[in-house]
Design a protein around this ligand. Structure first.
Ligand SMILES: [Zn+2]
Length: 433
């Protein structure tokens, strides 16, 4: 919906650009995929808070650019570097990730995180859903300009009720302290806290319940491979072997006898605030269960390509009203941490999905998947997380060029501050810092 000209609104006086803040008047300001100002104007203050968002006045100089919300990478592992030897079969790949993690140091992990954050900012990502396996991501994100949610990871297929509660309490507390943020509304510039019980094959029912009792916002790898479903139904297969090797298969283990989504539903974990990652192998009725529960799904096209997996039915999920978000996953299963590459891959994978809906998957749906619906959109009093790209003649052409990767990023602003700018494009990047 393009806002019609509103004479009264356009006639109101432009507030002076606050010192240290900025302003940009553009041919198109995409406040959200379903709300476009043409031409539009965004003004932000020195703290990076949007103080005005409206139609530009015809007599103002309008830059031939399109302003978009910063991208939301709903699922990333900042700590995971590329593997020197990366098996393309899933269970051996998990073994390689665990071995790399055991061989690494905290200092190396901090350097990997810093590089990952830099490459995300440079490619237009201004908010993340990070899976923090070791506790080093939370302080790095607290110092970064990015927004989003940091989910502290939990594994432990062997943990009973008391051990599960102890682990959850310790990690949940440490994460919130490191982020200096409450779980709910994160103040401007802050990253909120969540928990990530890793997957139904690596987390005991007691640990899943304890995580759900502590935190409203969860991220869970779900139905990623067929062997996961087989393990949950029968208790057999490569995951049973892996858990036995790791000494994590309890004597009292009984297979749930249902697939991943129904298992999470039975444990009370399938609910609003839960983000299910991958969902490659849903069973009959699972998508409806996810939609009814109000949970979100995040897909990672780079990981799908890495493991040469089948494409999940994203258009059908979107038709059910599920907020389907995009994520880069990690460099252990993706060539680059670029949401623009994910968008391009998604546009190729699901050509029936319009550029506008693809953009929603990379912005507003990401904010919903993180339980932070203010992210991935421009709004008054929200963060000035925005991208500047050249405008085509029409809005549709501008959006198509963006999702297909044809429009170069002229500028990326995170809470108003330039984190990527192109020399000579200062005007296009907006005035201000
Ligand atoms: Zn993941």
């Amino acid at each position: 919906v393009i806002d019609p000209p509103v004479a009264a609104r356009a006639a109101t006086a432009t507030p002076a650009v606050p010192p240290g803040g900025g302003r940009i008047a553009a041919r198109f300001v995409v406040a959200a995929p379903d709300r476009v100002l043409a031409p539009g104007e965004v003004v932000w203050d020195r703290d990076g808070r949007i103080v005005a968002l409206r139609r530009a006045r015809a007599r103002d100089p309008i830059e031939p650019v399109c302003v978009l919300p910063g991208l939301v990478d709903a699922h990333v592992h900042l700590q995971l570097a590329a593997l020197s030897r990366a098996p393309r079969a899933f269970v051996p790949w998990i073994g390689a990730v665990l071995a790399a993690r055991a061989a690494g140091s905290a200092a190396a992990e901090r350097r990997t995180i810093a590089r990952a954050l830099a490459s995300l900012r440079a490619t237009g990502t201004t908010a993340v859903g990070e899976i923090d396996s070791s506790g080093t991501s939370a302080p790095a994100l607290a110092r970064s300009a990015l927004a989003g949610r940091c989910y502290r990871e939990l594994t432990g297929f062997h943990l009973g009720r008391d051990d599960a509660r102890t682990l959850v309490a310790a990690r949940w507390r440490a994460t919130r302290i490191a982020l200096r943020a409450p779980e709910g509304a994160a103040p401007l510039g802050a990253v909120a806290a969540g928990l990530s019980p890793h997957a139904p094959y690596s987390v005991s029912p007691e640990l899943l319940r304890a995580a759900a009792a502590a935190a409203r916002h969860l991220a869970i790898h779900c139905a990623e491979v067929e062997d996961e479903q087989r393990f949950l139904h029968t208790g057999r297969g490569p995951f049973a072997d892996l858990l036995a090797r790791l000494g994590r298969l309890r004597d009292d283990f009984r297979a749930p006898g249902v697939g991943a989504v129904r298992w999470l539903e039975q444990l009370g974990v399938l609910r609003r605030g839960t983000q299910l990652v991958h969902c490659q192998h849903l069973e009959r009725g699972d998508a409806q269960r996810i939609a009814c529960a109000g949970a979100a799904i995040t897909v990672c096209p780079g990981t799908i390509a890495f493991f040469a997996r089948d494409l999940p039915p994203v258009p059908a999920w979107l038709a059910l009203g599920i907020p389907v978000a995009l994520g880069t996953d990690s460099l252990a299963s993706n060539r680059t941490l670029s949401m623009r590459a994910e968008l391009r891959a998604a546009a190729r994978a699901w050509p029936e999905v319009s550029p506008r809906v693809l953009l929603a998957m990379a912005t507003t749906n990401g904010g919903e998947a993180l339980g932070l619906p203010g992210l991935g959109r421009l709004r008054r009093n929200g963060r000035a997380d925005l991208l500047v790209v050249p405008a085509a003649r029409t809005l549709d052409a501008s959006l198509a060029a963006f999702v297909h990767g044809e429009a170069p990023l002229l500028a990326v602003r995170c809470a108003g501050r330039v984190v990527r700018g192109v020399a000579g494009a200062a005007g296009a990047a907006g005035r201000g810092r």
